[in-house]
Design a protein around this ligand. Structure first.
Ligand code: CMC
Length: 392
């Protein structure tokens, strides 16, 4: 079978050809379909970026209206799917709840099972974009013991999600435009990031010709881990821990440098960026503005900034080219928007959803796709004889 390359963590393996997202990690550049992330963050919207990632071009006004309307028509969940949420413990983590519910979509929409049936792939795409925000809002509602709201399809994607999350059935809910705008921006910044752990997972699962729902559910589980999407919750836990111990940033950084077990500077470092993460730069620049509008600033933001300043002037971090990544400042904003820490990674999943879908579709259409099946370097016994149990 020839020569096998051992590449733990796939650090040097190009597992796919892709025309979706470009990253230059040394220069700190990120582009979706060629458009710089800075321009999209400033001028675009999440729904437009979703269209761009999935279909390859920015939509015309007509295309955008049609896309928006199609999504609005599919936001409702099957009533039986709602029963699902009552089966989980109330204090369940919302990420496995979300991945289970997305997996369950395959049982409600069995027309989705053939990955080469293009009209149904299109339908599954719309269903996911429309229903995952509803599922995410219901995961929250169940965790706080509040009644579920039906979607209000006169609202935009983000506004509808906010209303279903924070509203009550009998009361009108005014969406705060600053909150909606901040969340829309964060979703744009999370929308794709080439072959990260969750996207590679979506592609790997999909390469077996598993359908879109099954593949995305697997991606959500990959995102759950603290070294990936779970880092946004972990950053906030870290900042609160530092605050509880009197705000001694230097002491915490020393513990990181001592490589104490389980102590990493969360929200720092990246496999590809060996420079400031351009997404973190945009979030840092807007965090002050957003936080002062929402809450009049945040003490934890001061700790985060001090932490960043300390790390960026320390040889340990300089030598290893460790800079803040996308997760470093997002948690502070999510918290100010009213989300509990445990829920932050669900917001990452909502943002990353169009990227996962775009990659699955690109993978399934690519004639060069083969089932993902890495090899291994075998390190076990060569060969030995079976011994009866009385002789072991
Ligand atoms: N704090 C302290 N040391 C670190 C950190 C950190 N956050 N990140 C990397 N290092 C050190 C690491 O100990 C190693 O040092 P040495 O060479 O002495 O052993 C060196 O830097 C290289 O690190 P690595 O773990 O080999 O790098 P990687 O590319 O395998 O890991 C990473 C990338 C993002 C998992 C890692 O930087 C990390 O654990 N960061 C904290 C978690 C985090 O913020 N994750 C979010 C990533 S961005 C968005 C996303 O994917 O969700």
């Amino acid at each position: 079978t020839g020569y096998i390359t051992h590449d733990p963590g796939f650090v040097n393996t190009g597992a796919a050809s892709s025309a979706i997202t470009y990253i230059d990690g040394d220069a700190g550049i990120l582009r979706y379909r060629g458009y710089p992330i800075e321009q999209l963050a400033e001028k675009s919207t999440f729904i437009e970026v979703s269209y761009l990632l999935i279909y390859g071009e920015l939509p015309t006004q007509t295309q955008l209206s049609e896309f928006t309307e199609k999504i609005q028509r599919h936001t409702l969940l099957h009533e039986d799917l709602k029963a699902f949420f009552s089966g989980f413990p109330r204090d369940a983590h919302p990420m496995p709840v979300l991945s289970s519910a997305v997996s369950a979509l395959s049982t409600f929409y069995q027309d989705s099972l053939n990955p080469f049936d293009e009209p149904n792939v299109e339908l599954s795409t719309i269903r996911l974009l429309a229903k995952v925000p509803t599922l995410a809002a219901y995961a929250y509602k169940k965790s706080v013991g509040q009644p579920l709201l039906y979607p209000d399809n006169s609202l935009g994607l983000v506004e509808n999600f906010l209303r279903m999350t924070f509203g009550f059935p009998a009361e009108p809910y005014e969406v705060d435009p600053d909150v909606a705008k901040a969340l829309d921006l964060l979703f744009i910044l999370h929308a794709d990031h080439e072959q990260n752990c969750s996207t590679s997972t979506v592609r790997l699962v999909g390469s077996s010709e598993a359908n879109l729902f099954a593949s995305i559910s697997a991606g959500i589980n990959a995102l759950f881990g603290p070294l990936h999407g779970g880092a946004n919750s972990a950053v906030l836990d870290m900042l609160e821990g530092i605050q509880a111990e009197g705000g001694d940033v230097a002491n915490f950084v020393q513990r990181v440098k001592n490589k104490e077990k389980g102590v990493r500077l969360m929200g720092f470092g990246h496999r590809v960026y060996k420079n400031y993460d351009p997404r973190a730069k945009i979030i840092k620049n807007t965090a002050d503005e957003i936080l002062s509008k929402l809450k009049g600033g945040d003490q934890l933001l001061d700790i985060a900034k001090k932490l960043e300043e300390t790390a960026l002037s320390d040889d340990y971090f300089i030598e290893r080219k460790l800079y803040p990544n996308v997760d470093f400042y997002t948690g502070l904003i999510y918290r100010a928007l009213g989300f509990p820490t445990k829920y932050f990674t669900v917001l990452f999943a909502l943002g990353r959803l169009p990227g996962w879908i775009a990659h699955w579709r690109e993978m399934i259409q690519d004639p060069a796709t083969k089932i993902g099946r890495p090899r291994q370097i075998y390190t076990g016994y060569a060969s030995r004889d079976y011994a009866p149990i009385s002789e072991r």
